[in-house]
Design a protein around this ligand. Structure first.
Ligand SMILES: [Zn+2]
Length: 75
């Protein structure tokens, strides 16, 4: 009995039917403010700027998330 191992090249893309979502978290100590996750990236940007305007907190951790699709390349 023998085993044949064949290496196949793959590619990874964002799933065409998926959407990117974004969330943000204020990094000011003890604040805890968060936005999202939502698909409207511009909305989270505006929310962050509004938060800075109200509080003076200028730094945020933003996370972008998508659905990945892996498929073989070639014959
Ligand atoms: Zn804050």
């Amino acid at each position: 009995m023998s085993t044949v191992l064949r290496f196949v090249t793959h590619r990874i893309i964002s799933h065409p039917a998926g959407e990117v979502t974004v969330s943000a978290q204020c990094l000011d100590a003890d604040c805890g403010w968060t936005a999202g996750p939502v698909a409207d990236v511009a909305r989270v940007d505006v929310d962050c700027m509004s938060h800075t305007g109200r509080t003076g907190h200028p730094t945020f951790a933003r996370k972008y998330e998508d659905v990945a699709l892996v498929s073989p390349v070639g014959p």
